[in-house]
Design a protein around this ligand. Structure first.
Ligand code: UDP
Ligand code: MG
Length: 319
């Protein structure tokens, strides 16, 4: 029987310190698998020596393939490029920093191979080692997004997961430009097993996510997978219409009973600014969706490869 090929997809952005460690550690665990393996390393426009390390690894090991982007396109683009170019019967996405322990690989492969699952995903049991404020907002985000969106996203879910070919094809087939993988994984469905594990700290280097970047990422998640903000702004509009009707009635009756042309100008000024603010806010929400519509309609490529050691581009391909 033909041996399975497992593609290990690693998005890397300025990972010169950890990439060699990752390769060592992953190779050790991969050797225990009863399958062939290819490494699909994606250099997301790194400014350090990541690309040199990738070239060296590829020279040493014929199982290593790398794709280097022309600039930084973000982790989501890295994941997409990896899945797009992977040839494996199974694909697994891993961070370069060893926060996704390769020791889970044998258990993951066993689950997709023998237990009838289409994918094995991992989630962190605890958020140990993370700033408390970040954990607080992360928790709130998962609560909100699960309420308002059709994608089922588990709190603490990582991007570290192994998927069968059918699921990978489904994900690559979702050609949207604004990608939020955690949502996409949930949206495509399939039978998924969850493996919880203790949070591991980064082996070396520094995190690429600032608080602001994470905040924007979470907004992306909500806007991409839910139209709840649009409904909420419509409801705010309705509530204000009703309120203004009641207030008009009140003012009218009061003028009838005790006419005074000057009273109430300050409350009027407050109301005007308040309602103006709400209107701008709702237009802003609308704008978020229109901006995405605009981005999607341009149909720009999600990533541009500058250098690779496996040029398997077909003419009609446009990722
Ligand atoms: N990453 C990437 N492009 C980016 C930012 C991050 O490819 O613009 C990669 C990074 O190299 C790492 C993974 O995404 O392999 C996770 O990043 P990081 O460890 O900084 O995030 P954290 O674990 O702190 O959430
Ligand atoms: Mg990390």
């Amino acid at each position: 029987m033909k041996r399975d090929l497992i593609s290990i997809i690693v998005p890397c952005y300025n990972e010169q310190e950890v990439l060699p460690l990752f390769y060592e550690e992953a190779s050790k665990w991969v050797a225990q698998l009863d399958a062939d393996v290819e490494f699909v390393l994606v250099d997301d426009g790194s400014k350090d020596n990541t690309i040199h390390i990738m070239r060296e690894l590829a020279e040493k090991d014929s199982r290593v393939f790398y794709y280097s982007f022309s600039r930084n396109f973000g982790k989501e683009a890295g994941i997409y490029a990896g899945l797009y170019h992977a040839k494996g019967d199974y694909c697994v996405i891993m961070d370069a920093d060893l926060q996704d322990p390769p020791s889970l690989l044998p258990a993951m492969y066993d689950a997709v191979k023998n237990e009838g699952y289409d994918s094995v995903a991992t989630c962190r049991e605890t958020r140990k080692g993370e700033p408390p404020i970040r954990s607080f907002f992360a928790r709130k985000f998962y609560k909100i997004i699960n309420k308002v969106s059709e994608a089922d996203i588990k709190d603490g879910a990582r991007d570290y997961r192994m998927m069968c070919r059918r699921m990978v094809d489904a994900i690559v087939g979702m050609g949207e430009y604004n990608r939020f993988s955690k949502g996409i994984f949930g949206w495509v469905g399939f039978k998924t097993k969850w493996l919880p594990y203790e949070n591991v700290e980064r082996a070396a280097g520094t995190t690429k996510w600032s608080f602001w970047k994470l905040f924007k990422y979470s907004l992306d998640g909500i806007v991409n997978f839910s139209s709840a903000p649009l409904h909420i702004s419509s409801w705010i509009g309705i509530v204000f219409c009703v309120m203004s009707f009641i207030m008009t009635l009140f003012v009218f009756v009061r003028q009838m009973i005790a006419p005074d042309p000057t009273i109430g100008w300050s409350s009027l000024a407050c109301l005007i600014t308040f309602i103006g603010g709400i209107q701008l806010f709702c237009i802003g929400v609308l704008g978020q969706y229109i901006a995405r519509l605009y981005q999607e309609s341009k149909g720009r490529p999600k990533f541009i490869v500058r250098e690779t050691n496996r040029d398997d581009r077909k003419e009609e391909d446009r990722a």
